[in-house]
Write a protein that binds this ligand. Structure first.
Ligand code: HEC
Length: 191
């Protein structure tokens, strides 16, 4: 009996040792696989650049202020309600959280709105890639019958009353607006 028990003990110990060795081997193999996957991913993906400016279109405080003002501007749309921010809402990560966007005069757009975060870094815009860059898309949205509804660019521009437009741009591009500092706002008319 004693010999039988020792044989069983011996068999169990070797089984356990082998099982542990194979677990260690598979953990080491998984580590190697993870490492090579990580290296492949690093070769393909790079960290985002600090900003999306280019030599022709550098990022300047004036451009940022103008872009921000235009992004939230509703007066250029034919129903007076559309702005980029309606469909690309910052609080929904640049989308509108709808299955399909609702545009000018309640017209439903054919597609779900994509985020616009980091889209300036893409090599093309739109699901169909039919816009070269964000600038082209921003301009063409003004004459889209579904988004802003303007017949042409002259009609879009004419929607901004000249005097109010000048005042509004002056205020939006003022040092007060652009610096976020209360000192820069001294002497500014209340918004
Ligand atoms: C009524 C809703 C609506 C408004 C207003 C609107 N967009 Fe869009 N936007 C969309 C939809 C929907 C798409 C996807 C269109 C497609 O791919 O066919 C889109 C696509 C885009 C894209 C391409 C994103 C990508 O990843 O390809 C950019 C950039 C963009 N819009 C910027 C703007 C700007 C700037 C404005 C304001 C001038 C604006 N949009 C106004 C709904 C809207």
């Amino acid at each position: 009996m004693r010999i039988k028990a020792r044989i069983w003990l011996c068999a169990c110990t070797s089984f356990l040792t082998m099982a542990m060795l194979s677990i260690v081997a598979s953990v080491v193999a998984a580590d190697d696989a993870d490492q090579s996957l990580l290296e492949r991913a690093r070769a393909m993906f790079k960290p985002l650049p600090e900003n999306a400016g280019t030599p022709e279109r550098p990022l300047t405080p004036e451009r940022v202020a103008l872009g921000r003002a235009l992004f939230f501007e509703t007066r250029v749309s034919t129903d007076g309600k559309q702005s980029c921010a309606n469909c690309h809402q910052p609080s929904f990560y640049g989308t509108d959280a709808l299955p399909r966007s609702v545009g000018n005069q309640g017209k439903v757009l054919p597609r779900n709105v994509p985020t616009i975060f980091n889209t300036a870094l893409q090599f093309a815009q739109h699901y169909g890639g039919n816009r070269a860059d964000v600038e082209e898309q921003a301009v063409k949205a003004l004459v889209s019958p579904l988004a802003y509804g303007n017949a042409d660019y002259a009609a879009a521009e004419a929607r901004l009353p000249r005097q109010r437009r000048r005042q509004s741009w002056r205020r939006r591009l003022s040092p007060c607006r652009m610096s976020w500092s209360s000192e820069a706002c001294q002497g500014e008319p209340a918004a």
